[in-house]
Design a binder for this molecule. Structure first.
Ligand SMILES: [Zn+2]
Length: 366
């Protein structure tokens, strides 16, 4: 989202939107910083960017007990994510995060009612002592978070799509500390080369799929915003349920390698924003309200945040059907037993030559 910021803020500059400090010397001194004068330390961004205070802001805390299961949310299908080594990708430090530029041949081909093209991915992290994901799940902040930014193909560019209601689709991946994840070394090993703000290097293409969790069909979906100024409320968010694991050493590289121009680039996450009247949908259902973290069996690269009781589509309707089915079965069985007993009694009475008087059972026998 930060490349977009440069473009948008360049426009704001011409309207004097950055003229917050009247001291001309100060202005001159920080001329180079004007494009990104906002910081994570002071997040009262709405003073300069009015949208940042509106009703559909991101990130949010995802309260899984309040999410609505939507069986009509199709799984995310990605195409072109396996990039050849010959494709050179720019990796840069823009002072707010590390950004890997992505070719628009990478697409979300299914998952929405329209096609989205990739633009870039970037990260949010904390410090050596604090976690730094932007989204939280059941009030848990995860170690870090990756955002893969896409724009609607019909708008032609990220810049043109950024202010359209359905303009952007961002995939969010939450990180946990665990086993080392070599796939991320394509990026993390280069961080020391872009320590300084505005530094950039080229890295060979690789399979971007390897950065993602395996279960792309389990996710949370809601309408939100850019998590950086100017906070356009044009993002359809997809936050995957499954986390990705990286090692403590890998996480530390994120936390200590980069500089902002004023100091270490760390804790670059926006605070949680109020949900207000929005609904968060889930592509899967779960009978448990608590999120359990379980290791994956075979890879150790990721883990599942929320384990469904049985299968992926175990809905409330299915549960009710099961309960009523069991109740009906018990009743039918009791009735059959009752009928058999009655017949036996009738037969023995007849054999003794007594007249049978039918009396309905007051209670069910079983
Ligand atoms: Zn982001």
């Amino acid at each position: 989202m930060d490349r977009l910021l440069l473009l948008i803020l360049a426009q704001l500059l011409t309207t004097g939107a950055c003229d917050k400090n009247p001291d001309p010397e100060h202005k001159e001194k920080h001329k180079g910083d004007m494009l990104d004068h906002w910081t994570y330390k002071d997040q009262n961004w709405n003073e300069s960017y009015v949208l940042c205070d509106k009703n559909s802001q991101s990130p949010i805390n995802i309260d899984t007990g309040k999410t609505i299961f939507n069986k009509n949310l199709p799984p995310i299908t990605l195409e072109g994510y396996n990039l050849p080594e010959t494709e050179q990708l720019a990796l840069s430090n823009n002072g707010h995060t590390v950004v890997l530029s992505l070719p628009d041949s990478m697409t979300i081909s299914h998952g929405f009612t329209q096609k989205y093209l990739a633009s870039q991915l970037h990260f949010h992290w904390g410090s050596e002592t604090t976690p730094g994901s932007e989204h939280q799940v059941d009030d848990i902040q995860y170690a870090a978070e990756m955002h893969i930014v896409h724009f609607a193909a019909k708008y032609g560019s990220l810049n043109d799509a950024a202010q359209k209601t359905d303009g952007l689709a961002v995939l969010g991946v939450l990180f946990q500390v665990g086993e080392e994840n070599k796939h991320y070394d394509h990026i993390f090993d280069k961080l020391e080369d872009i320590a300084e703000k505005d530094a950039a290097v080229q890295i060979p293409g690789f399979d971007i799929n390897t950065l993602l969790p395996r279960q792309l069909y389990r996710f949370f979906r809601y309408n939100g915003s850019l998590t950086t100024p100017p906070c356009f409320q044009t993002v359809t968010w997809t936050v995957f349920n499954e986390t990705v694991r990286i090692s403590q050493a890998q996480l530390k590289k994120l936390e200590v390698s980069l500089k902002t121009g004023h100091g270490t680039l760390d804790s670059n996450f926006r605070h949680i924003q109020p949900l207000k009247k929005r609904t968060v949908f889930a592509s899967f259902s779960s009978l448990t309200s608590s999120r359990r973290i379980i290791p994956k069996e075979d890879s150790g690269e990721s883990s599942e945040l929320n384990k469904s009781v049985d299968g992926d589509n175990f809905t409330l309707g299915d549960t009710m059907a099961l309960i009523f089915g069991v109740l009906f079965g018990c009743t039918a069985l009791a009735f059959v037993i009752y009928v058999i007993k009655q017949r036996k009694r009738q037969r023995s009475s007849t054999e003794r030559g007594q007249k049978v008087i039918y009396k309905p059972a007051a209670t069910m026998e079983a």
